[in-house]
Design a protein around this ligand. Structure first.
Ligand code: ADP
Ligand code: MG
Length: 586
């Protein structure tokens, strides 16, 4: 064969092999374009694992009518101009390859209208060849539909994994972008079912609750670290507690300046921080955002832009490792081999969709929130998370380690029926049973021996029945360990001299009798703790001040098991914005 220049379409198809490896890569490129266009809301809809259809619509700035066709030309980009621009890339795209590659291996339709133009444009490209173009009415923004992906590249088609595998990759991808861009509202629909929905509130904690569920929130520790430099490096995000581990590194997600990267060295920084905490062969779960001046990173290493080179990789490595390590230490995890039972994460990122239908009989309601756009403009990527300010204000004792957060921050709005606390937080409304919540908090204080013993103003003598007296007499040690000083007072009578401070307002007669009665049905230690926490907790029907309520909620946010009272009944109900909207027919 003689030497000849390849036709453009063939060149694009060859390049496509690098940029679009699988349906998830198409989704990634199109989502990145939407984010680069300043979208505040990105909707993704997928059919047939992405082979049949991928549709992404955004409310970004759109493309000018006269430039739409150009956007599909190879090496056409609006994002860089000169070689110097490569030094300070702030956008996710810059190579001008994605649209041409995607269009060369599928049937692609774009409908777009630039914000400053009245009329939109629709362009259809089949296998890289323009088939149709017309002016069309459209909302500002862009919608791209990719159908029959790889229909003209059978070799690629053959290597595609099953539909379910591709679906999983796409869900995992959107989960990650939703976490990296909490200001952006993401919805993902797979086969017509909503798989992910975030609110775009700007809080990473919101997204975590929305995509991973309230139940998993407690296993994630906030990370915040900075290297003052040079080079200045900032890291924030979440990393899993020792109870949350996996057989591979697939659940460690790293973003650099809003770009998802895979870098084995940086992944290792996270893994290493768990040395002595996770046993060999187990890997943590983490989502970390690294911010660094763009001229410290070279993002132009590979067509997928998933690899980067740092001028000072060590500084980044150390900041990540230090941040993760301090998060673990601050949570009170000891660096020795954890025997911890493995937590079955019902909702592995990408294993199943983050969206679950509310399940009957499960006390914890499920998450997923839709809040209508409040007209907020999209903000540049990377939020700061919400913890810094009130991490400081821990009520109990200075110098004590801060207990890890197990619920996102909730703001008390008011009280209903003098029984329930209404609070607002990530993904909606929280209705908290004040007694159950307070009892949970006090119960854990007893378990942790984190309480003061208080003498009664005057010792009280309590007369019991013979059976009650026998039970109490046999359990003096247990009572004492839990802050009760009680002495036999002749016959079936006992003298109560001191109780834990939390139970000071309770009537000692009632308390002691309740404990004795309870011991008939459960182990003595349980009975003692249940009764003390139950009598110490605020009652249903008790009017509480705003401060009292907020204090209970603050402590609940750091309880080990915040969702249940000591008898396994729910402490709170969560109503998602989505559920509210549905109820109101919005
Ligand atoms: P790159 O993102 O590297 O510039 P692409 O091929 O992905 O290359 O996109 C080409 C150009 O098309 C972009 O530079 C941008 O100007 C425009 N474009 C693509 N997608 C969108 C979108 N969703 N909204 C607005 N403009 C877009
Ligand atoms: Mg792009």
């Amino acid at each position: 064969m003689s030497i000849q220049l390849l036709p453009d379409v063939l060149i694009a198809q060859i390049a496509a092999g690098e940029v679009v490896e699988r349906p998830a890569s198409v989704v990634k490129e199109l989502v990145e374009n939407a984010l680069d266009a300043g979208a505040g809301s990105v909707h993704i809809s997928v059919k047939g694992g992405g082979r049949t259809l991928i549709r992404i619509s955004d409310d970004g700035h759109g493309i000018m009518a006269e430039q739409v066709e150009l956007a599909f030309a190879r090496h056409a980009t609006s994002k860089i101009n000169t070689i110097d621009d490569l030094q300070r890339i702030m956008t996710l795209g810059f190579r001008g390859e994605a649209l041409s590659s995607i269009a060369s291996v599928s049937r692609t339709t774009i409908t777009t209208r630039h914000r400053e133009q009245q009329t939109g444009t629709q362009l259809r490209i089949e296998g890289g060849v323009v088939a149709h173009q017309q002016a069309i009415g459209a909302p500002a923004g862009t919608m791209i539909t990719v159908e029959n992906l790889f229909y003209n590249t059978p070799a690629r088609l053959k290597f595609l994994k099953t539909e379910n595998t591709e679906k999983r990759h796409i869900t995992a991808l959107i989960t990650r972008y939703a976490m990296a861009y909490p200001h952006v509202r993401f919805t993902l629909e797979q086969e017509g079912r909503e798989a992910i929905r975030t609110t775009g509130s700007g809080e990473l904690s919101d997204v975590i609750v929305q995509v991973l569920g309230l139940d998993n929130f407690k296993h994630l520790l906030p990370v915040e670290a900075e290297n003052s430099g040079p080079p200045a490096v900032a890291v924030h995000g979440y990393t899993g507690s020792a109870q949350l581990h996996r057989a591979d590194r697939g659940q460690i997600t790293l973003f650099v300046n809003g770009r998802w990267i895979s870098d084995s060295k940086l992944l290792y920084a996270v893994v290493q921080a768990y040395q002595g905490i996770l046993r060999d062969g187990r890997y943590p779960v983490a989502v970390l955002m690294v911010e660094i001046s763009p001229d410290e990173v070279d993002v132009n290493v590979h067509p997928t832009k998933a690899e980067v080179r740092f001028r000072d990789a060590n500084a980044v490595f150390k900041t990540i490792q230090r941040g993760v390590r301090s998060a673990i230490i601050a949570s009170g995890q000891r660096p020795d081999i954890a025997r911890s039972s493995e937590v079955r994460h019902a909702n592995d990122w990408g294993q199943s969709s983050g969206w679950r239908e509310p399940t009957r009989g499960v006390s914890q309601p499920e998450i997923g929130l839709q809040v209508q756009d409040d007209g907020r403009l999209p903000q540049p990527y990377i939020n700061r998370n919400t913890y810094s300010e009130e991490e400081v204000a821990v009520p109990d004792g200075v110098g004590q380690p801060v207990r890890p957060r197990t619920l996102p921050p909730l703001r008390v709005v008011g009280q209903v029926a003098a029984t329930y606390i209404i609070a607002e937080g990530p993904a909606g409304l929280y209705l908290i049973d004040q007694h159950a919540a307070h009892q949970r908090v006090l119960y854990e204080q007893l378990v942790d021996a984190d309480f003061n013993m208080s003498a009664l103003p005057t010792p009280q003598t309590v007369e019991l029945t013979p059976t009650q007296a026998r039970l109490i007499d046999a359990q003096m040690d247990v009572l004492n360990d839990n802050g009760c000083e009680i002495a036999p007072f002749g016959g079936h009578t006992f003298q109560v001299r001191a109780v834990p401070e939390m139970a000071l307002t309770a009537d000692p007669h009632d308390l002691l009798r309740a404990i004795a009665e309870d011991m008939r049905q459960r182990p003595p230690l349980e009975a003692v703790r249940l009764c003390i926490s139950g009598y110490g907790a605020v009652k249903a029907g008790q009017t509480l001040s705003q401060d009292d309520m907020q204090a209970i909620v603050r402590r609940l946010e750091r309880a080990r098991e915040p969702l249940k009272d000591p008898l396994d009944r729910p402490t709170l109900l969560h109503m998602t914005g989505d559920q509210l909207a549905r109820q109101f027919g919005r």
